[in-house]
Ligand binder design. Structure first.
Ligand code: AMP
Ligand code: ZN
Length: 114
């Protein structure tokens, strides 16, 4: 998607602080972190949100969670714990229309979220 900020990060038009990459997934530090560790995990294929996953694209989530499993070990937050969030739509607070998952860690997180 030509006007998608995360697609621009994937194709190198916009720089990022990369923490993980494979053929299907890119993960980078969030530019506006809300926790000591705040990583954005995105599929390289443009899908707008969870709502746009279908039988052809839902396997993306397997790739995402495989990557998350590696990233939390790389960043050494697997033992203390972390949170994975996919903000979706207006009430979910989604601001970028490219499917993404936040990994939050490095401190104790509150529940419920605000
Ligand atoms: P959401 O609000 O759930 O759609 O998440 C989008 C996230 O992307 C926000 O936490 C932003 O801070 C983050 N973000 C936006 N632009 C960039 C960027 N260029 N580099 C890193 N993170 C970004
Ligand atoms: Zn995109």
């Amino acid at each position: 998607m030509s006007n998608c900020i995360f697609c621009k990060i994937i194709n190198g038009e916009i720089p990022c602080n990369k923490v993980y990459e494979d053929d299907k997934i890119l993960a980078f530090k969030d530019i506006n972190p809300v926790a000591p560790i705040h990583i954005v995990v995105i599929p390289k294929q443009h899908v707008q949100s969870i709502l746009d996953l279908d039988e052809n694209t839902v396997s993306i989530t397997i790739d995402v969670f495989n990557a998350i499993n590696k990233i939390v070990r790389l960043l050494d937050i697997d033992k203390d714990g972390f949170r994975v969030v996919a903000n979706t739509g207006i009430n979910g607070g989604q601001t970028v229309s490219h499917l993404h998952y936040h990994i939050l860690g490095g401190r104790s997180l509150q529940w419920p979220p605000g």
